[in-house]
Design a binder for this molecule. Structure first.
Ligand code: PHE
Length: 356
């Protein structure tokens, strides 16, 4: 009896000391396997006298039940432990940020168009649009540029095949035909901008075959050059966030405005960058003037009663100056690295002023 008690304690210790499931399994085999110690003891019962066998048999059965129960408890414990360890080592960190390259950006052109439109909207201008494939008449003739006019040569026009009706069409070389369409469709007073894509057959570091303009047109009674000047000065100072930006009007020529002017803004050079608002260099940024009486007449507006101004500027040029972009062609290369460098996030961009 004494030996069975000792044996039981020895096995309970062995079970307790088994630190993982495979050690516990080894202990089980050593006790209850074919050659196991407890199994051997069971077999030995047969060699005993009946009285002794009965007593020892009962004790051995008890020992076996106790050890098996202890093993079962230990097994449950070890399994729970193993599960906890796995949960700890396999856990996912859901707080890791997603890969940044999956985020798109607002193209600097869209951003610039948005900012420009916002400023003109606050000055009471609404947005008008016209087709990219434009009638030759609206792109040129109605704007006082007849067929043999030298200004046509400067436009590097893409001509479309003539249609059935014999109406000549071109890819519009500027947004000015939207002036004509607006004046033909609506009565003064008018105050519109026409942002959009234009086309010229030209390609180098400062010219691409497609680019963007924002056209402006204001027609009413008593509108004069002073209104134009204030409007342009105010626009550029707000667009570039420079309340003292020098803005200069220089006499120029366009067939559809009289008088005509080009607008320059003051800047200086620092390395390959332009610094706006200081120094004594001037950068040409926009063409404008008072709408030519002949153009008003072409649109059935009486020039004796109504006057107005018009302007047109390149969006890429404004965007390059504001955002520090050096090559015009990069706008159209769809290089994602460039887009991540110069693009805007949807939240910082299209909702506000686009400051960096
Ligand atoms: N359409 C002219 C251009 O593309 C710009 C302009 C617009 C000039 C309106 C005067 C008035 O160069």
């Amino acid at each position: 009896m004494q030996t069975l008690q000792m044996m039981k304690e020895r096995w309970l210790k062995a079970i307790e000391a088994s630190n993982d499931l495979s050690l516990l399994e080894q202990a089980r085999i050593a006790a209850f396997g074919k050659q196991g110690e407890v199994t051997q003891e069971m077999k030995n019962l047969g060699t005993l006298a009946p009285e002794e066998r009965k007593e020892r048999g009962a004790a051995l059965n008890q020992l076996r039940d106790d050890l098996m129960a202890a093993m079962e408890t230990k097994r449950t414990q070890l399994k729970a432990q193993e599960l906890l360890q796995r949960l700890a080592s396999e856990s996912l960190d859901v707080s890791l940020p997603v890969r940044p390259e999956l985020k798109g950006t607002v193209h600097p052109l869209s951003q610039a168009l948005f900012e420009m439109t916002e400023i003109f909207k606050s000055m009471g201008f609404s947005v008008a649009e016209g087709p990219h494939i434009e009638e030759d008449y609206y792109n040129f003739d109605a704007l006082n540029i007849p067929a043999e006019h030298p200004a046509r040569q400067e436009h590097d026009t893409f001509y479309m095949p003539s249609g059935k009706e014999g109406v000549k069409k071109v890819l519009r070389t500027h947004t000015s035909p939207v002036q004509i369409r607006t004046m033909l469709a609506q009565n003064p007073p008018l105050r519109i901008i026409a942002p959009g894509r234009v086309f010229r057959s030209d390609y180098d570091q400062t010219h691409t075959p497609t680019f963007h303009q924002v056209e402006g047109l204001m027609i009413g009674e008593g509108i004069h050059m002073g209104h134009l000047k204030h409007c342009m000065t105010e626009f550029f100072r707000r667009m570039f966030n420079l309340p003292n930006l020098p803005v200069r009007f220089r006499p120029s020529y366009f067939p559809f405005t009289e008088p005509s002017a080009e607008v320059d803004i003051g800047f200086s050079r620092s390395g390959e960058n332009l610094v706006l608002g200081q120094g004594d260099d001037w950068l040409e940024i926009l063409g404008c003037g008072m709408v030519h009486p002949d153009v008003l007449e072409n649109c059935h507006i009486d020039p004796a009663r109504f006057q107005g101004f018009a302007f047109g500027m390149g969006v890429e040029r404004v965007a390059m100056l504001k955002y520090g972009i050096l090559d015009l062609r990069s706008f159209y290369e769809a290089d994602t690295r460039w887009l991540h460098r110069y693009g805007f996030s949807i939240t910082e961009g299209l909702t506000g002023g686009g400051e960096r």
